[in-house]
Design a protein around this ligand. Structure first.
Ligand SMILES: Cc1cc2nc3c(=O)[nH]c(=O)nc-3n(C[C@H](O)[C@H](O)[C@H](O)COP(=O)(O)OP(=O)(O)OC[C@H]3O[C@@H](n4cnc5c(N)ncnc54)[C@H](O)[C@@H]3O)c2cc1C
Length: 652
């Protein structure tokens, strides 16, 4: 079949809202200073309500070109002359992600509601990674999460961060009553694995048994249930070689000590220096055909495949192969935060738009005029008025589409009383002054915008290479094909989109989940690009370059093709069933968490770069999740609090 015919069959040439017009525009020097709103206006005419924009979102075109020109050293040669706004603030925060918003909240708490605060962000929406995707179909509003999925964390939340969540009116204990766990099972739906022909030789969706697949039996299997029967049934249906079937069955259902004769500490030390891929083939004696089955399993947490995830972390995450090794459930040296075996009270909540609800609650607290309502429930359907975020006269102002390019003390950092910030907005270079600054943007950006920082600190900041990710929300007209296939969540170990899930059925405020298979629903797909086989941070840099070079049409083609191949046999027709697509591209996604395979300081327990990177500097302090090298909302909040304490005016 020709490419063009296949594209037509997949529905690629059909009109869904806002296709790839941005990639069609040469975003070179001529458009360097166009704001995202201006670029969007060229194509759509209305960009005033960013959550409802579809197409390429996340770090959308128009949001990063100025910063990249700064990085590449070409910015100042072309920069327009600065315009002094004459504005002076008690605090300016760079970045309006959860950390920046929390910093404004803590500062206001300490300095009083009359304190004048400005938040600057390069995107056309606030919340940073905590991004809301909003769709309308048939008069009904449907929500998706474009980034930060949930209040969640492998380590316990601090009391401080919990207090902020509670102060915003969120009672996390209500999660169990908000989620309808019975909805999908009542439709006979469970998990599935999609094996693609390029990796496994055949396209096949294999449904898991309803009882699930005990991942690392026998310890983790349901008590008294033999793990063998479900695995045998699953493996028999999977397009895998006999060697892979045999080894996968052994790994999942037997208890073998693959490192006999070593103490538990020595085993952990060995596992910390070995990738899970090497553990499987070199220690557990598996055939190499098992590797593709596991390759993308850790991607949702690490943005990496098993080639770059330490075996000790795989053990902590509950991957199979360690059941017989008698490892005590405590973190060994070099364990990634995500893999720390730790039993604590669940502190989890997923709003229909993810942690964008937290961002919206914070914005409403700081700028009440911008978002109507009073409760954590009514915020879910409140329409933010973006025109009121930056009103003259308001104590707190949030200025979007404003890329900060320079932050400098006016005078010696140790003695200065003010800082000047320069940012590009709508093609203009504007300046404001501040008595205090919190840099709640990404660590890797800071050396470029604060060149006066000491060299050692700049180097430590630059270490924080972000993990690239794509979270895509697809509006489906119905989910009948998913019911027919009997799956609501699909692992796709060899495919571009490694995870495909119907959104969790959450009822919150007046938001109702899609309950009938005939009704529209939002589907979530995840992709974490990289270059397997290379060190983690090199993979992340390569993945970022891939994302920036991928036009929307390619993301779209890949998702239509994958869904057609996985669910076509159950009646899914992408040309008919897809109503809209929002690709949330995050070239700078998760904060990089240290990895025992590549970061010797992490194994030695010596001072990590993030500790050197977050030192205060004159009137500036550094927040954001990178400051903790921990990619979770509680880190963003805790770091905001610390940063604000560091720059609060001293009393007495
Ligand atoms: C796809 C995805 C899913 C996630 N899921 C979860 C989850 O389920 N739970 C969880 O706890 N965490 C999750 N995270 C981690 C998430 O990063 C943190 O929870 C938190 O939202 C980070 O907040 P932050 O403010 O530190 O950073 P960000 O949200 O990245 O905000 C920083 C802001 O600074 C802006 N900025 C950068 N440079 C400049 C500049 N020069 N001028 C102006 N502004 C600038 C950025 O554009 C951004 O808007 C997820 C992250 C991603 C990418």
């Amino acid at each position: 079949m020709t490419d063009e015919r296949r594209d037509r069959e997949l529905g690629l040439r059909r009109g869904i809202p806002r296709r790839d017009f941005l990639n069609g525009i040469a975003l070179g020097t001529a458009s360097l200073y166009l704001s995202p709103a201006e670029i969007l206006a060229q194509a759509t005419g209305d960009a005033r309500y960013p959550p409802a924009l579809t197409g390429l979102r996340g770090s959308h075109d128009g949001s990063f070109e100025v910063a990249h020109a700064l990085r590449d050293g070409s910015f100042w040669a072309q920069a327009p002359s600065p315009h002094d706004t004459g504005e002076i603030y008690d605090l300016v925060v760079v970045g309006s992600g959860l950390s920046g918003l929390a910093a404004a909240y803590f500062f206001q708490d300490a300095a009083g509601r009359s304190a004048r605060i400005l938040l600057l962000d390069n995107h056309d929406d606030f919340g940073g990674h905590a991004r809301r995707n909003e769709f309308t179909l048939g008069g009904r509003t449907l929500l998706g999460y474009g980034g930060t999925f949930a209040i969640d964390s492998p380590l316990p939340w601090s009391l401080l961060a919990k207090n902020l969540v509670r102060d915003l009116g969120v009672d996390v204990a209500r999660w169990e009553s908000a989620v309808d766990r019975a909805l999908y099972p009542a439709q006979g739906m469970t998990h599935g694995t999609f094996f693609d022909r390029e990796t496994f030789g055949a396209d096949r969706l294999v449904r898991w048994p309803e009882s699930g697949l005990p991942f690392a039996a026998p310890q983790r299997g349901p008590a008294g249930v033999s793990p063998e029967a479900p695995w045998r049934a699953f493996l028999a249906a999977a397009p895998l070689s006999d060697a892979a079937r045999r080894d996968l069955l052994r790994l999942h259902t037997t208890s073998v000590d693959y490192l006999p004769g070593l103490s538990a500490d020595d085993k952990k030390a060995r596992l910390a220096r070995l990738s899970y891929a090497d553990f499987l083939t070199k220690v557990a004696g598996c055939h190499k055909d098992v590797l593709p089955f596991f390759q993308s399993t850790p991607k949702g947490l690490y943005g990496l495949g098993i080639d770059a995830v330490p075996a000790q972390d795989a053990w902590g995450l509950g991957f199979p192969g360690f059941q017989g090794m008698a490892l005590p459930p405590t973190a060994g040296p070099g364990t990634n935060h995500d893999a720390v075996p730790y039993d604590h009270d669940p502190y989890f909540f997923h709003f229909p738009d993810g942690n964008a609800t937290l961002a919206r609650l914070l914005v409403r607290r700081l700028i009440p005029a911008a978002i109507p309502g009073r409760t954590a429930e009514d915020v879910v359907s409140a329409r933010a008025d973006y025109g009121r975020l930056d009103e003259a006269g308001a104590a707190v102002r949030l200025r979007l589409e404003s890329t900060v390019v320079r932050v400098r003390h006016l005078g010696e950092p140790a003695k200065a009383r003010e800082v000047e910030l320069a940012y590009v907005r709508s093609g203009r270079l504007e300046t404001v002054r501040a008595r205090r600054v919190v840099l709640a943007c990404w660590n890797a950006v800071i050396p470029h915008i604060v060149p006066e920082l000491p060299a050692e600190q700049r180097e430590a900041l630059a270490f924080a290479v972000k993990v690239p990710l794509v979270y895509t929300s697809v509006l489906l007209r119905d989910w009948k094909a998913f019911v027919k296939a009997g799956v609501h969540a699909i692992d796709c170990p060899g495919s571009y989109w490694s995870d495909v899930n119907l959104n969790a059925p959450v009822r919150w405020g007046d938001h109702e989940p899609s309950r009938r298979p005939e009704d529209p629903i939002v589907l979530h797909l995840m992709c974490a690009p990289g270059e397997p086989g290379r060190p983690a941070r090199v993979q992340h840099a390569a993945g970022r370059a891939q994302l920036l070079a991928t036009p929307f049409l390619d993301f779209e083609r890949r998702l239509r093709d994958q869904l057609a191949r996985a669910l076509g046999p159950s009646g899914f027709d992408p040309a008919r069933d897809i109503a809209a697509i929002t690709v949330n591209r995050w070239p700078h996604g998760y904060a990089y968490q240290y990895n025992s395979l590549f970061d010797s300081f992490w194994l030695d327990n010596s001072e990590p770069p993030c500790a050197r990177a977050r030192r205060p500097f004159g009137l500036m302090a550094i927040a954001n999740a990178d400051s903790a090298a921990y990619s979770y909302t509680d880190a963003a909040i805790d770091q905001a609090f610390r940063a604000v304490q560091e720059i609060l005016p001293r009393r007495g």
